[in-house]
Design a protein around this ligand. Sequence first.
Ligand SMILES: Nc1ncnc2c1ncn2[C@@H]1O[C@H](COP(=O)(O)OP(=O)(O)OP(=O)(O)O)[C@@H](O)[C@H]1O
Ligand code: SF4
Ligand SMILES: [Mg+2]
Length: 338
Amino acid sequence: MSNKILTVKDLRVSFNTYAGEVKAVRGVDFELSPGETLCFVGESGCGKTVTAKALLRLLQPPFAVIKEGSQILFNGEDVLQMSKKRLQEYRGDDVSMIFQDPMTSLNPTMTCGKQIMEGLILHRNMTKAQAREAAIETLRLVKIPDPEKRVDNYPHQLSGGMRQRVMIAIALACQPKLLIADEPTTALDVTIQAQIIDLLRELKEKLGIAIILVTHDLGVVANFADRIQVMYAGQVVERGTAREIFYDSKHPYTWALLSSVPKLAKESKQELYSLHGTPPDLILPLEHCPFAARCEFCMPICKEQMPPETVLSDTHRLSCWLQHPDAPKVKSFYEREV
Ligand SMILES: Nc1ncnc2c1ncn2[C@@H]1O[C@H](COP(=O)(O)OP(=O)(O)OP(=O)(O)O)[C@@H](O)[C@H]1O
Ligand code: SF4
Ligand SMILES: [Mg+2]
């Protein structure tokens, strides 16, 4: 049996809208080992959240459909075939998710403690007293000062950073094997963002859980991700270890993301790059490189055929016609200077 905690193959998700079928996720593949951290990175609308929600079957049919042929295996078990009862255990016991905005995700009418206790009573069959003790311990784990007092606070009595810590506590209370964090720092200021990422890193080391971190900001994942997958228009266009993506990326879209990270642009003496244009309409069929309309290296073939995937190492793969042996050599993100 595979030792992967998660195996996703040819994941396709569509939304049935009045305007037509929005093909939001178009054949995403990836694997995750226990304790590993994978980051989904890409601009708004590229399918990060829809992919993450599909892993927990949180999309609402018939409006949102996981297409036939898609496969999601958790420790070898087929998530798309799970019964309602098994799915309820899976969400919380095995995998849990933190959403972007803690103010809308937390219940404003319940104390933080009660919100952590809910999962423990449901999934771990604890008594109220046991769950309260465990909730205090989890608040301590996520470094909330004075957890014995904070357990009785309502969300509005806490700062944004503290609320995000409570969200993490709720997600971790039942000791899942995989935590999915969808833009957990977007609503926070930069210093607090760094603290939350540090906390996630510490928790990963302490608890040995696997983490999928979703973000539009490559800067956030430096020093955190083991592996990164760069998404564009519902596809993974480049994937690699953090080192391969930060120091050896070969895809023009990844270069654009890298050059929009102020610190990296400064190190490589580049101008801060802003991506022009917009991603393609996901209702239309895409039979060529999805980045073609915005890519400064676009060649005629890029507008005619989908680039094949090039395998550069066991971990590093990308889809771009520039990898063709006959393609012109272009100056990469690392070679250009202003
Ligand atoms: N409820 C919906 N109805 C129709 N289309 C949707 C819906 N939700 C998502 N989509 C489509 O799926 C695409 C991917 O959405 P998704 O939320 O996964 O983007 P994202 O990468 O998480 O972006 P962001 O960084 O803004 O959170 C969107 O471009 C949109 O076209
Ligand atoms: S395939 Fe062509 S258009 Fe697409 S990223 Fe590569 S060079 Fe640019
Ligand atoms: Mg999103």
